[in-house]
Structures are given as structure tokens and as C-alpha cells.
Design a binder for this molecule. Structure first.
Ligand SMILES: C[S@@+](CC[C@H](N)C(=O)[O-])C[C@H]1O[C@@H](n2cnc3c(N)ncnc32)[C@H](O)[C@@H]1O
Length: 398
């Protein structure tokens, strides 16, 4: 496949700087992108019908194309030696419309390079969960870009439409978005989230189950203009995870999959056989009698306010790998612990998880560790490349 080879040539230069053509061919053979005997095969080419290697010509055509895109340059004074440019290392390479490439595969999933709309339009399998942290509609977007607050509802509906049509009855859609989007020049929060909830309901038939709060007490201070400078707003400390279901009565989420350890106080209460007093609040809505809360249970039900810091060992390791590869760091990553809780709560073992906008593949890694099948995609080649390094047993296919 020409595109796979294209991706492979760029990746090889990103992995190994200053590569001679001979070394490049070797690495492409090692990576399964060329077959060794193709390199020695000769065929008559062009009007002169001179004999050349068609495989080597394909690679050289890719080199020239990458050069014209400003991603590859020759090493002056070293014949046949090329290197990736600073642009290739620092700018992101978006997938062309309709082009989807297999980046890597693992025991439980596949990582793709492509726009989510294109990827999931081609997948016709029952999906249990669609989960994502899509780009937030920031006034100053991150390197990977994204829709504005005004465009958001339409953008997210189009992105999710091909997934939602394959959701199993009771299937879940979960979206981590930002609460901290402000109307330009004002301390007023955007209502894009409310508009998104209504659009997903009206256009895709998704019913709102909850807005789970991810409490991140290490969130960077903000909003700087309105909390730190003008002092009108409070400091931000949480992000919502919207949870939708197509058929709420059949919802496949199950809190028994994410039971938490009992608190020490509750363990003591259990050891005492529960409450010993009799009490009631003023209107009788809550009554305590001897033995209340004394029943042994397997754990505490997870509350819909999840306290997880964004300081994450897995993300720290990934930053190191990203720097070693000389690739751009991703600016918006989710802690693995949160990703795992969400994946396990929402999706039963054996379910298929669709992960559009995978970024550094945190949610796919959570699915892999939880032994759920997954399909993850990101539109930027560099993130798929970096993300693949989180799966030690991956098979590189492109
Ligand atoms: C907020 S980040 C996701 C971060 C991710 N949760 C993590 O832990 O790394 C959003 C990602 O969506 C990707 N993206 C934006 N539009 C996309 C699209 N249409 N299809 C696939 N990926 C897209 C961007 O490249 C970016 O990496």
C-alpha cells in the first residue's frame, strides 16, 4: 500500500535521524513495508526502458513528496542521506479527508490515523461504548485545533453520528469536555455544553444520564483573566464527563464493576454491626435505626464526583518517550486512572469501545488494561505514533 509506505518512510526518518537510502531500505524491510527481494528486482521503466528497481523508485517518490511538503530535507554534502525537518518534528500532520491508515494493533484493539468521521463510517459492528475527550472549544485553540463554541454542537453530532448508529441497545456515549469556556472578553461562561446536550438528544436521540464531575484539584489556576486578575470568578477545579445512553432502561453501565474500598469509619461501623442509635431528620425522610448500615457489602458505590489528580505516572513516562522521539508533546491528556474507571463502569467485558479523538491513546490504554476491545483514532499522525509507544506488545502495521 502506497500510503502505508508513505507513513513508514516519514516515521523511519522521525525515529532515526540522518538516514542513508541503503539504511532506509533496510528499516522498511525490517518493518515489513518492503519485501527484500523487491529491492533487487529490476524492471524496464520509462520511455528509455532502462532497468530500475520499482520498489526503490516508490520510496524515492515518497522522499520527494515529503520534501515538497517541507517534511524532509537532504543532508548537504552527504549523497543519498536525508533527515526529517524541524517542521516534521514540531508541526502536526493531519490525515487527508477520507484516508484512514492502520497505525498499530494490539491484543485488544487497533490504533488508526484518520478523522473519526471517516473511520467510524466504515465500521459496521455493534459498539457498546463511545468515549472521548474531544477538542475543547478554546478561544486560543491548542496545536491540534478544534471547533469554536458556536460550531461545537454541529461538529460533535457529525463526529458521533456514524458511531451512534451502531450503538447496542443501552449503549453509552461519554464525553469529557470543558466547563471553562468563556464568552470572548467576558467572565460569562459559554452555554455550548447545554446546546451540545440538547443537540445530541434532538439529533442523535441520546438521553442524558448524568454529568459526572471529574474533580482535579491540581488543575492549573484559571480562568486567569477572571479569577486571578479581575477576581470575579472562583478558581476552576473540575471538568464534566457527560454520560448519554440511547436506551436508558437498558443501560449497560454497572457500578459493581468500579466498587471502591469502604472508608475506615465505615469499616468500624460494619464491625460494630451498624448503627446502635435511633434517629430521624425533621420531616422523616431519613431514618436511622439500630442495625442500619450494618450489612456487609463488596465495596462503596462510586460517587458521581470523581477525585483524580491529573498528575499521572503513565503520562510522565509518555512525555519522556515523546521527547526521546523528538515529537511534539500533547497539550491535553487525561489521567489513566480516570480513564480506567470510566471504561470499566460504562462498558462490560467483551464490549467494543469506539474512541474518536484518541490523542495520546489514554482511553485505548485503559481499554487494553481492562481487556475491552477498542478502536481508537486520532487525526494527527504524530499522536498516533507517540500513542503506539504506550503498548509494549503492539504490532506496527504501517
Ligand atoms: C483533547 S485531545 C484528546 C486527549 C486524550 N484524551 C489523551 O489523553 O491524550 C483531542 C484530540 O482530538 C484529535 N482530533 C480532533 N479532531 C479529530 C477528528 N475529527 N478525528 C480524530 N481525531 C481528532 C486531536 O488531534 C487531539 O489529539
Amino acid at each position: 500500500m502506497q500510503l502505508e509506505l508513505f507513513h513508514g518512510v516519514l516515521k523511519t526518518y522521525l525515529d532515526t535521524p540522518n538516514l542513508s537510502n541503503a539504511a532506509l531500505y533496510e528499516q522498511l524491510v525490517d518493518g515489513g513495508l518492503l519485501i527484500r527481494h523487491e529491492l533487487t528486482e529490476r524492471a524496464p521503466i520509462g520511455r528509455s526502458a532502462q532497468h530500475h528497481s520499482p520498489a526503490k523508485r516508490r520510496v524515492r517518490w515518497i522522499q520527494q513528496t515529503l520534501r515538497s511538503m517541507g517534511l524532509l530535507e537532504r543532508m548537504p554534502e552527504h549523497r543519498g542521506v536525508w533527515k526529517a525537518t524541524t517542521k516534521a518534528k514540531t508541526e502536526l500532520t493531519p490525515a487527508a479527508p477520507k484516508v484512514v491508515m492502520l497505525g498499530f494493533s494490539t491484543e485488544w484493539g487497533i490504533g488508526l490515523w484518520g478523522n473519526a468521521e471517516d473511520v467510524f463510517a466504515r465500521i459496521d459492528e455493534p459498539i457498546s461504548l463511545a468515549i472521548s475527550s474531544p477538542p475543547y472549544p478554546l478561544n486560543q485553540p491548542r496545536a491540534y485545533g478544534g471547533p469554536t463554541a458556536d460550531q461545537y454542537s454541529d461538529w460533535i453530532c457529525k463526529l458521533l453520528e456514524p458511531i451512534v448508529k451502531n450503538l447496542v441497545p443501552g449503549g453509552v456515549v461519554a464525553l469529557n469536555v470543558s466547563n471553562d469556556i468563556f464568552v470572548q472578553g467576558s467572565p460569562e461562561r459559554s452555554t455550548y455544553r447545554e446546546e451540545m446536550v440538547i443537540a445530541l438528544n434532538k439529533r442523535l436521540g441520546l438521553k442524558l444520564m448524568d454529568q459526572i464531575i471529574w474533580h482535579n484539584k491540581n488543575k492549573p489556576p484559571g480562568p486567569v483573566a477572571w479569577a486571578s486578575k479581575e477576581r470575579m470568578q472562583l478558581g476552576v477545579a473540575w471538568e464534566p464527563v457527560y454520560w448519554f445512553c440511547n436506551e436508558p432502561r437498558l443501560c449497560i453501565a454497572d457500578n459493581r464493576r468500579v466498587l471502591q474500598p469502604h472508608t475506615e469509619a465505615h469499616k468500624k461501623l460494619l464491625a460494630r454491626g451498624g448503627e446502635s442509635r435511633t434517629a430521624s431528620n425533621a420531616d422523616g425522610a431519613y431514618r436511622i435505626k439500630p442495625g442500619s448500615y450494618g450489612k456487609q457489602t463488596d465495596g462503596r458505590i462510586l460517587r458521581n464526583l470523581i477525585d483524580v489528580s491529573h498528575n499521572c505516572p503513565s503520562q510522565r513516562d509518555l512525555r519522556k518517550v515523546t521527547d526521546e522521539l523528538g515529537l511534539p508533546r500533547h497539550g491535553a491528556v487525561m489521567p489513566l486512572k480516570l480513564a480506567q474507571m470510566l471504561v470499566e463502569f460504562f462498558c462490560p467485558p467483551g464490549g467494543l469501545i469506539a474512541i474518536p479523538c484518541a490523542g495520546t491513546f489514554t482511553l485505548p490504554l485503559a481499554a487494553e488494561l481492562s481487556q475491552r476491545r477498542w478502536v481508537g483514532t486520532d487525526k494527527h499522525l504524530e499522536y498516533v505514533h507517540v500513542g503506539s509507544h504506550r503498548f509494549p506488545d503492539r504490532v506496527m502495521t504501517a
